[in-house]
Design a protein around this ligand. Structure first.
Ligand SMILES: Nc1nc2c(ncn2[C@@H]2O[C@H](COP(=O)(O)OP(=O)(O)OP(=O)(O)O)[C@@H](O)[C@H]2O)c(=O)[nH]1
Ligand SMILES: [Zn+2]
Length: 350
């Protein structure tokens, strides 16, 4: 028997795993459709997209193989479900749609709460002046972020992003319409992900709702789109929230609060309360987190986790509420399904 081959699971379909081999033998396919060895089935070892695996018994002609073992994971994201992610590339547009600090903060907090490094990326910078970019740059630096600036029409900006992606496994996240598909299509020209331009609300994103897949960069490295991130379900309790703000982390590193369980509201001897820009966002999200925790203590299943909020112009939109980890552990799957349904229904209603 030949030695096992190292590979990465790039897609999961039912009980089949698409595995990209790290070092395929000369003249053999680099991608094999694999099953799990019975030994893995018996131990209940789950195989996820992103898993580094060992493949045995390759059938080169039929492009098949069997996964014999799974390497320990360095990280495990659950929405989208991907193992070993090195970084989250959080994409926001600097215009169209307008960059809203609170919405950006929600996404940042969600991304930070995974524990995986976050790289912020601001797209469509062809739509604003150099002055506006400089102003945002300065502002975001105060928040603790150094974004990459991108535009489809300004190729000189792309090498910096590429440098950040080569050799890593990256999940691309961000709200709808900011240019994620355009970005992935540009990085991986063979892919031709559908962009939002042609499709109306109903068509948008439908292809990807439940399916996660890793795509290979021609220069090396793997990228995943993350439909699950389109409406972030902020996943932290009131206790955890503070650590997802770089500003608070920095302040706490320099100076402690008087009380170890300080919520940084009215407590005496607080070193966080102050006139930094996102302090009000912290307060808003904390209030939500507390309300959420209380509500979860009262009820569980029926609540879908979304509330309607009146946006500018009286138009209604859905906003995610904070979910605590405990709640998520209990009912994660059913809840995700109902969130997807709620979004689906919201789109139909509009
Ligand atoms: N001006 C400008 N428009 C852009 C840029 N990148 C993308 N767009 C446009 O923005 C729109 C949305 O782009 P998509 O790539 O579909 O955005 P998305 O984030 O994938 O959206 P969803 O699929 O809804 O999640 C399209 O009309 C793009 O042509 C850019 O750099 N500059
Ligand atoms: Zn405090």
């Amino acid at each position: 028997m030949t030695a096992a081959l190292a590979g990465t699971v790039v897609a999961v379909q039912a009980n089949f795993y698409r595995v990209q081999l790290h070092h395929p033998p000369a003249n053999q396919p680099a991608m094999l459709l694999c099953t799990r060895r019975t030994r893995l089935l018996k131990t209940g070892q789950r195989v996820m997209v992103g898993d580094r695996v060992w493949v045995e018994e390759p059938d080169w002609q039929g492009q098949r193989g069997a996964i014999a073992s799974v390497e320990p994971r360095s990280s495990e994201l659950d929405r989208p479900a991907i193992a070993n992610v090195d970084q989250i590339l959080l994409v926001f547009a600097v215009a169209e749609p307008e960059l809203e600090p609170l919405q950006l903060t929600r996404f940042l907090v969600t991304a930070e709460s995974t524990g995986i490094p976050v790289q912020l990326c601001l797209s469509k910078c062809d739509l604003v002046t150099a002055g506006a970019i400089a102003a945002w740059q300065e502002r975001l630096a105060q928040w603790g972020y150094q974004p990459l600036w991108l535009s489809q029409n300004q190729p000189e900006r792309w090498p910096l992003l590429l440098k950040q992606l080569i050799g890593r496994m990256t999940v691309v996240a961000g709200p709808s319409g900011v240019g994620k598909s355009s970005l992935i299509n540009r990085l991986i020209p063979d892919l031709e992900l559908r962009t939002a331009k042609v499709s109306g609300k109903l068509g948008r994103g439908r292809h990807t709702t439940r399916h996660v897949e890793l795509f290979e960069l021609p220069q090396g490295g793997l990228l995943a789109d993350s439909p699950g991130f389109n409406q972030p379900e902020l996943i932290c309790s009131d206790r955890e929230l503070a650590q997802y703000f770089p500003e608070i982390r920095q302040r706490l590193a320099a100076d402690r609060c008087q009380f170890h369980d300080c919520r940084h509201l009215e407590e005496p001897g607080c070193s966080i309360r102050g006139d930094w820009e996102r302090y009000s966002h912290y307060q808003d999200l904390l209030e939500e987190a507390i309300a959420q925790t209380q509500q979860q203590n009262r009820s569980t299943q029926e609540d879908v986790g979304f509330k309607r909020k009146s946006a500018d112009g009286g138009k209604l939109r859905y906003e995610p509420k904070l979910q605590s980890r405990r709640y998520r552990r209990d009912s994660r799957r059913s809840q995700h399904q109902s969130v997807a349904e709620a979004l689906h229904n919201a789109e139909l209603e509009d």
